[in-house]
Design a binder for this molecule. Structure first.
Ligand code: CP
Ligand code: NVA
Length: 313
């Protein structure tokens, strides 16, 4: 049984296969075809935090694949009404997979440890692998190829940048984090990347203008992630010089694309003119969440369908 807790659960060939499947399914949808690859399959969504994109893209994606989904919020009592083993093994009697958004990464690890059904991390404090798959799909669409592209993330060394740094390492892309001191990618995560991908090109700098000089994609995310609300004032001060605005865009090549996982705090980490500007891909990027996750679901639940139907890149 396969799980996706972080992108370390995939190898680069598998990630490329998921990207090829996402492109294939996106083209199919645009041509009016919705192949029922997961007919009568059910995905549970077990969420401890708010969500628009992740929840809706998983639910609509399952419908398009001929299956169904059910959203499980607080009332199912995960971790409250019964033991983790009972909860998970019972859920596994009913559903084919679970997409889980939890406050602590250890919770999705525990859910997966029972091997009751494939578990998909739908955002934890540690990582957001589904977002990173959609991100690299968006960059691939913009440039046609990924190898050698330079992604500059201006902001926090958080779940989103961690996952994107790993995706870049897997696909031969250069990743730079421009951040204030104290908000780096954590060393254990960097060590894991270096051990698995010794050729990974990841650097961390303080000067955002110098960082974006040769960027193909410039990415930002909120300065205060869900669960960090108590730090928001200090973070606003720390990141004050890291806003993605017209001045910073002027330091980047005119061909650079702008990405944001959303939701954004407009006027804080990014200005309206940049997020709404001609270099921005954020709406297509959000839409790609669905195409990427449809591909991931097929990869986890019916991998042979991919072998038989999707021309690999
Ligand atoms: N980007 C993202 O995961 O958005 P949601 O929190 O709305 O799911
Ligand atoms: N880093 C953000 C991403 C939200 C999609 C958070 O964890 O809140």
């Amino acid at each position: 049984m396969r799980h996706l807790l972080t992108l370390f659960d995939l190898d680069p060939n598998e990630l490329n296969s998921i990207l090829a499947t996402a492109r294939y399914l996106k083209d199919e949808l645009r041509s009016g075809r919705r192949p029922p690859i997961l007919e009568r399959h059910t995905l549970a969504l077990l969420f401890e935090k708010p969500s628009l994109r992740t929840r809706v893209s998983f639910e609509t994606g399952m419908t398009q694949l001929g299956g169904g989904s059910l959203f499980l919020g607080d009332d199912v009592g995960w971790g409250k009404r019964e033991s983790p083993a009972d909860f998970t093994n019972v859920l596994g009697q009913f559903v084919d997979a679970v997409a889980c958004r939890s406050k602590k990464h250890e919770r999705v690890e525990e859910l997966a440890s029972f091997n009751a059904m494939p578990v998909i991390n739908s955002l934890t404090d540690l990582s957001h692998p589904c977002q990173a798959i959609a991100d690299v799909l968006t960059i691939q669409e913009a440039f046609g190829s990924l190898t050698g592209r330079h992604v500059v993330f201006v902001g926090d060394g958080n779940n989103v940048s961690r996952s994107l740094a790993l995706a870049c390492a897997m696909l031969g892309m250069h990743f730079t984090l421009a951040r204030p001191d104290g908000y780096e990618l954590d060393q254990p995560w960097l060590d894991r990347i270096a051990a698995r991908y010794p050729d990974a090109k990841i650097d961390q700098v303080c000067d955002p203008s110098a960082a974006v000089k040769h960027a193909d994609a410039i990415y930002t995310d909120v300065w205060t992630s869900m669960g960090q609300e108590a730090e928001s004032k200090i973070r606003r001060q720390a990141f004050a010089d890291y806003q993605l605005n017209a001045d910073l865009m002027a330091a980047a090549p005119p061909t650079a694309r702008v990405l944001h996982c959303l939701p954004a705090v407009r006027g804080q980490e990014i200005t309206d003119d940049v997020i709404d500007g001609s270099q921005s891909d954020v709406i297509n990027q959000a839409g790609n969440r669905m195409h990427a996750q449809k591909a991931l679901l097929v990869f986890l639940l019916r991998p042979q369908w991919i072998d038989e139907n999707v021309p690999q890149a």
